[in-house]
Design a protein around this ligand. Structure first.
Ligand SMILES: Cc1ncc(COP(=O)(O)O)c(C=O)c1O
Length: 495
């Protein structure tokens, strides 16, 4: 690399070995120097001849770089006065922006950097427990047991073909054969009543929730949310300016009567009836009827988030709320994150027929459609039976992992933790003794490399007792046992 100081220019570094043509390196250097204020508007630049000689390069790349900079408006020429940095470039711009690799420097005279009140309200404190992917990261399936060979074969099958219909814009509702396969699966396994025309593919259920919020709610609309509940749902609602109304959850699920007392006229309710997040309870039949009746009478929508109900250890999965709905009040949100893998980013929303056009428009306006290749692969994965087989295997595996976790908790922390919600899913809740700060315990655990999510941030109002949400899907038996031993050292009165 040659480093040369031209007569009145800051040092110019050119790298003959970089493979980037000299003229491009030069024009890029000028652009950067102008944008970050090292070259000022009106400042003269050397003639092409003198710059070429100082840089010890031929004149051609210098001429070519200058030509490009003229064309882009960075340079201007005056007869008799030579070439200078265009005087029309605003001084603030040229002085205030740092090169990409340095930290942002904000000029003293810069106007305030306003962001919306909604995004400010979504700011979360540091969640160090999300740094680790091992025990007890919630929502993480057994990636090491995923049939990667089968999956790669399916990806190759379609990626190699380069079929043009997979490379163009797709249907905002999603790839039809996949939606047909999902409709069949939901009819059979989840008692959801729908056909493919009611299914909208999304990039996971988080996007499904956002689209529901966009379609169903105006700013200021009150919406029941479970207390405790899924923070992601609260965020999706707040993004459209809706007002979450916390409604307590007990052993029968959301307390509908308490919801009616708090906000009879709420526009919607967000619920996880099959497996309440995070407490793990199942909504009773009575509460389901009460909720549907309230929705019908008051004209409210019910957003049913059915995120992991495939994994139920005693008996069959609980049937959906959507299947009981005769009035088209329930919007059913599902995901492949827990049953396939989260980075796939594929989920779906089952929409009442009359809402299909509105959901189509919102889906189109969001990010147009989901990547076609993975939709096609997922359709084959389901149709060829791999999906059902994988779920069956994982159910057995998670039963073993759950048993290992319960055993280890009993052995090492039986006097400290009270376990609830272990009948289904891939996680359970362990309540801490009163007076112990669950966020502090989670931070300590993160320092030891384990991911334990605190329970209290799932509440809008601070709970009487903190707890830990422990995912066991993604951790092997040995890792679970080690994790619980480490956790013991984090749970002390002074944690
Ligand atoms: C209750 C609940 N809903 C939705 C999601 C989001 O899932 P997805 O990865 O499909 O966005 C999660 C993720 O953990 C969840 O726990």
């Amino acid at each position: 690399m040659r480093r040369i100081t031209a007569s009145f220019l800051p040092p110019i570094a050119l790298d003959a070995a970089s493979g980037v043509p000299m003229h491009r390196q030069l024009s890029e250097w000028f652009r950067r120097a102008i944008v970050d204020g090292r070259l000022r508007p009106g400042q003269r630049v050397p003639s092409s001849r003198s710059l070429a000689s100082e840089l010890k390069v031929s004149r051609i790349p210098v001429l070519s770089a200058y030509e490009q900079l003229y064309a882009e408006g960075y340079l201007e020429t005056f007869v008799g006065a030579g070439t200078c940095i265009a005087r029309s470039i605003p001084v603030e711009r040229s002085a205030g922006t740092a090169p990409q690799s340095t930290p942002l420097r904000i000029a003293a005279h810069a106007a305030p950097r306003r962001i919306s009140r909604r995004s400010a309200s979504m700011r979360e404190p540091a969640q160090t427990w999300l740094d680790s992917q091992g025990a007890f990261r919630i929502g993480l399936p057994a990636i090491d047991h995923f049939p990667l060979g089968v999956w790669s074969r399916l990806v190759n099958r379609h990626a190699r073909k380069q079929a043009t219909d997979m490379m163009v814009y797709g249907d905002p509702m999603g790839y039809l054969p996949l939606r047909e396969a999902i409709a069949e699966y939901l009819n059979t396994v989840r008692a959801v009543r729908c056909d493919a025309s009611q299914i909208v593919m999304t990039t996971g259920s988080q996007q499904g929730l956002q689209i529901c919020a966009h379609v169903l709610l105006d700013p200021g609309a009150p919406v029941w949310v479970e207390e405790p509940g899924y923070p992601g749902a609260r965020q999706a609602l707040m993004m459209v300016g809706a007002k979450p109304v916390p409604v307590p959850v007990d052993h029968e699920g959301l307390n509908v009567m308490a919801g009616i007392r708090r906000s009879r006229g709420a526009h919607a309710a967000y619920v996880t009836p099959s497996h309440q997040f995070p407490l793990g309870t199942t909504m009773s039949a009575t509460r389901r009827m009460q909720l549907l009746n309230w929705a019908t009478r008051s004209g409210a929508w019910i957003i049913e988030d059915d995120y992991d109900s495939e994994y139920r250890f005693g008996g069959q999965p609980i049937t959906s709320l959507q299947g009981l709905d005769t009035d088209g009040r329930v919007i059913y949100v599902g995901t492949f994150s827990k049953v396939v893998f989260p980075a796939l980013r594929l989920g779906y929303v089952v929409v009442p027929r009359d809402l299909v056009p509105a959901f189509y428009d919102a889906r189109n306006a969001t990010d147009t459609f989901c990547a076609t290749l993975y939709q096609v692969v997922m359709a084959d994965f389901i149709r060829e039976g791999h999906f059902a087989r994988h779920i069956r295997r994982m159910r057995t595996l998670y039963m073993e992992r759950r048993a290992a976790l319960l055993e280890a908790i009993g052995k090492y922390l039986g006097d400290q933790l009270e376990v609830i919600g272990a009948e289904a899913g891939m996680q359970l809740v362990a309540l801490l003794p009163p007076g112990i700060d669950d966020v502090a315990v989670s931070r300590k655990a993160a320092d030891l490399g384990i991911s334990v999510r605190p329970l209290s941030p799932c509440y809008a109002n601070p709970p009487a007792r903190g707890g830990l949400i422990l995912g066991y899907g993604g951790a092997g038996v040995r890792e679970i046992q080690d994790g619980v031993r480490k956790l013991r050292s984090c749970i002390r009165k002074d944690a």
